[in-house]
Design a protein around this ligand. Sequence first.
Ligand SMILES: Nc1ncnc2c1ncn2[C@@H]1O[C@H](COP(=O)(O)OP(=O)(O)O)[C@@H](O)[C@H]1O
Ligand SMILES: C=C(OP(=O)(O)O)C(=O)O
Ligand SMILES: [K+]
Ligand SMILES: [Mg+2]
Length: 592
Amino acid sequence: MSRSLQFFTPSRAPYFTLHKLPSTSYTRFPVINFPSKKHYITITKSLSSDLDAASSQVLDSRNGQTGVSGVLSADNVVAVQSHAPSESGAAAGIEVDAVTEAELKENGFRSTRRTKLICTIGPATCGFEQLEALAVGGMNVARINMCHGTREWHQMVIERVRRLNEEKGFAVAIMMDTEGSEIHMGDLGGAASVKAEDGEIWTFSVRAFGTPRPERTINVNYDGFAEDVKVGDELLVDGGMVRFEVIEKIGPDVKCRCTDPGLLLPRANLTFWRDGSLVRERNAMLPTISSKDWLDIDFGVAEGVDFIAISFVKSAEVIKHLKSYIAARSRGSDIAVIAKIESIDSLKNLEEIIQASDGAMVARGDLGAQIPLEQVPSAQQKIVQLCRQLNKPVIVASQLLESMIEYPTPTRAEVADVSESVRQRADALMLSGESAMGQYPDKALAVLRSVSVRIEKWWREEKRHEAMVLPDVGTSFADSISEEICNSAAKMANNLEVDALFVYTKTGHMASLLSRCRPDCPIFAFTTTTSVRRRLNLQWGLIPFRLGFSDDMESNLNKTFSLLKARGMIKSGDLVIAVSDMLQSIQVMNVP
Ligand SMILES: Nc1ncnc2c1ncn2[C@@H]1O[C@H](COP(=O)(O)OP(=O)(O)O)[C@@H](O)[C@H]1O
Ligand SMILES: C=C(OP(=O)(O)O)C(=O)O
Ligand SMILES: [K+]
Ligand SMILES: [Mg+2]
């Protein structure tokens, strides 16, 4: 319902628009005075509830570097005066993770990593020191996969990550990944892997085998398995790492001959194919969220995890259902729901699913078992693009550095794959087996880190001022305003080559809108709660800080400047653009 006031700044500076002013008197809003000076104009008295009647008034600040004053010729605004920002006592502290702080001090803003990194925690990395090494190495999110391990084990990991955050000043978020209703093998009676050789006959069955497990038998978790498969079907383990042909069915037992030998891993995924297509019989009717998943979700909610990733999502409905379930159970704390795109159905309903979710994961492991492998790269690109358009964080997952499970250096092809995901500007990259049970988790993480930093830098140099054609995502007028402000601020940041964007955000929404623009400079996101701060850790380019702040932007900025300066994270003269979700404005200023 409100009109806008436009302020033009001197020639080279872009103009910006203030759409809406709060009704209170003493409202302050800033005017950019390019290149470095900043003014606040205070409306000392506002007689009506908004500036609707003021229509668009233009205030030319060209003539004053130190004192713009004038009267807006609107009936409802009586006086305008400008003044320099005052120093305010910066009492409360600021929280940022130790690694970011060190990195900023060492390398400056420009070379901080923008791509976020997720590590799946498993037996190789569940110790406190191992978790700490990952955090030091740049892990932003720790993922626990409910397919594996006991609830007690996961609880222990969560507790350790929390302790790490508290004791060592990290902000590692926790993502719980559900098992989902996929068909998979049992856990091989504790063995890390079993070799299946060419021509061997193996028995797959829902029957529980005794211990020790009889030779060449595999337990299957899906009751309908023997009914659904037919003699002649091809059985693929982990999308083709090992292949079998079904040769005979005897009650619950399915006898198969190994046609492509390889290592069977505990709980490996199983799909069966007939005449070259994936068979989706009754297993396609299995609920996305199984009863075990619901118990795991209750556990995740009780533990207050930051993200819940849902496996084998088929439709938007299940995401909506889960979100309302979580909302009803965890009042206040809101857990983000990540849709894993790893099935044919999820590709069919992609846009609705992403729209309903708080983010998505390109789960290439299972996706590559459901669609031909050569279609996975284009699916990835499409999902990454769509997520950015819809302003949802996106994770690229699985086999990024698979060979590093066993070897200390990646293959050239793996480095190229990681580079491509970084170049697509995915929000986050994920390690699975490399960190969960590999021999070189820290090295794998270091590869992700160095490749990300290198490719990001290259891309900035190559594609400076990339055109940003981002569709509107806002559903309300207020949202549209935020979006316009963020798009403009990000563009200004690139054009003016500022050192950092500052965003003061209570919910994190404004920070995500800035992140979506993938600006050249890092985004310092100040937020009041630790949970929002952790959640922002998944998003491209955001450096989340926890900071108590008020509705008074002037004092927020002064407080931030003095706190960050005291810690050597910024210095006088750094050029910064600030936006906030309390006051709809864009400010450009040099750090005093
Ligand atoms: N909590 C855990 N306990 C034991 N092993 C685990 C755990 N999490 C992961 N792993 C191991 O790491 C491998 C890779 O992890 P991930 O990709 O998350 O699972 P999956 O391969 O089943 O999809 C798993 O196959 C499993 O061997
Ligand atoms: C990430 C994936 O899911 P999970 O590891 O749970 O199978 C995947 O399939 O790529
Ligand atoms: K899973
Ligand atoms: Mg999967």
